[in-house]
Design a protein around this ligand. Sequence first.
Ligand SMILES: [Zn+2]
Length: 193
Amino acid sequence: MISGRGPEASSSPQGLRSAGTVGRVTERCDGCGFEWDAIDRAEVAPGVVRCTSAIAQRLRTVGASAAVRTEGLGWSALEYAAHVRDVLLNVRDRIIQTLIEDDPQYAMIWRDERVDRGLYAGDAVDEVADEVAIAGRLFARTFDRIDPDLLTRTGVYAFPEPRPRTVLWIAAQALHECEHHLADIDERIVGPR
Ligand SMILES: [Zn+2]
């Protein structure tokens, strides 16, 4: 993926590859292999909690060095953790909108702009560790309370290309963000975890 940018930066079709038989195309993240349609409802909440807890643990283990950017790798581990936090809060609200509105207009995440405008500057590692774990638990709790009949409601989601997506797909994308960026954070953290 592109250094210093979130996964939506790879929102072009090049960010995906297709697999499967003709007529049944499986969307798969080219960076981490995540397959949105392979995710079952029961996997989402535990997966989000597991990943965000792991991100928090990584930050606490390495401390202040999580805020240091590595040459050539763009965002620091801390910036990725803050991004995951904000994505989870944003997507949680998108899901709530989709449960209620018939043609939801989603608030943009503005992933790069948040960093470029200095909104993450000076974030404390321990605080972001707490926040990403809380965001994960909030997301999981809300998602687990959704009536199964509502998981097929749809909204047009911009990533990886504008297309109507179900609530379950959108939740799977939240899990994808967590998994994808846990790997980004691991790539940036050197030493014991
Ligand atoms: Zn991925």
